[in-house]
Write a protein that binds this ligand. Structure first.
Ligand SMILES: NC(=O)c1ccc[n+]([C@@H]2O[C@H](COP(=O)([O-])OP(=O)(O)OC[C@H]3O[C@@H](n4cnc5c(N)ncnc54)[C@H](O)[C@@H]3O)[C@@H](O)[C@H]2O)c1
Length: 235
């Protein structure tokens, strides 16, 4: 399948690591022009240091990438944090909860808000990183699950808000990245535990940004090896 992403102007957030880095490399391999936004440096790309929770920094970073490429066709929102993971509810403070939502939800909102005029001009597309945690949970994941459920709703609302711009999100199960390693450690290496690679997610993202998915808008692509499809029925 030809994705026809050659020459597209792409902005990837959170591209210093994990899924964002895999997406940035995959777009580059397709011949796209890739600008990245992260709070950490990203060697090898047109990179702007910014914190997605800071509106002025986001606005300046989006503007810098759009000026470098003469517009913006695609935005991929990967910047995110997971913590506090594993903390019992009684120990999760309002400040912890707000800090997580600030990055995972407000950060995605701000990037799309400031990219919207250019995306509208280009009739472009957006893919946001949600998670299977929007639909399933494990103990100690209340803030993260709430944030990812919000990203699914944000995706649907943005797809309505921005005519001509397709907005979708991907909802992967556990992906082997520094974030997951820090939270789950050696569990990732257990053969019975289904783990995907950042490159698997990049394939989902590239498809959703390409014209091959032109009829897909406002959707959440749940990629979890089919785990969530299984009934609790004892069979
Ligand atoms: N790893 C998983 O199992 C998994 C599963 C489903 C969804 N996700 C989601 O995928 C996205 C990427 O996760 P990952 O596993 O690659 O994590 P990661 O920690 O490897 O990478 C996250 C990147 O986001 C950047 N970032 C974090 N906060 C930022 C901020 N305030 N401003 C700018 N940049 C910031 C980091 O510097 C880093 O480069 C996240 O939204 C995460 O919630 C991850």
């Amino acid at each position: 399948m030809r994705l026809d992403l050659e020459g597209k102007a792409v902005l990837v957030t959170g591209a210093a690591s994990g899924i964002g880095l895999a997406c940035a490399r995959a777009f580059l391999a397709e011949g796209a022009r890739v600008g990245v936004l992260d709070r950490s440096p990203v060697p090898g790309f047109f990179a702007v240091r910014a914190d997605v929770t800071d509106e002025a920094e986001v606005a300046a970073a989006v503007d810098a990438v759009a000026r470098e490429f003469g517009g913006l066709d695609v935005v991929v929102g990967c910047a995110g944090i997971s913590g506090p993971v594993g903390a019992p509810l009684a120990e999760v403070t309002a400040a912890d909860f707000a800090a997580l939502l600030a990055v995972n939800v407000t950060g995605q909102f701000l990037v799309v808000k400031h990219a919207a005029p250019r995306l509208t001009a280009a009739q472009g597309s957006v893919v946001l990183l949600a998670s299977d945690s929007a639909f399933t949970s494990a103990p100690g994941m209340v803030p993260y699950c709430a944030s990812k459920g919000a990203v699914v709703a944000l995706t649907r609302a943005l797809s309505v808000e921005l005519p001509g711009v397709r907005v979708n999100c991907v909802c992967p199960s556990v992906v082997d990245t520094p974030m997951a390693r820090a939270d789950l450690g050696a569990v990732l290496d257990e053969p019975a535990f289904p783990v995907q690679a950042a490159e698997d997610v990049a394939c989902q993202v590239l498809y959703l940004t390409s014209a091959r998915s032109r009829t897909v808008d406002g959707q959440a692509l749940l990629a979890d090896f089919g785990v969530s499809a299984r009934s609790g029925f004892p069979a």
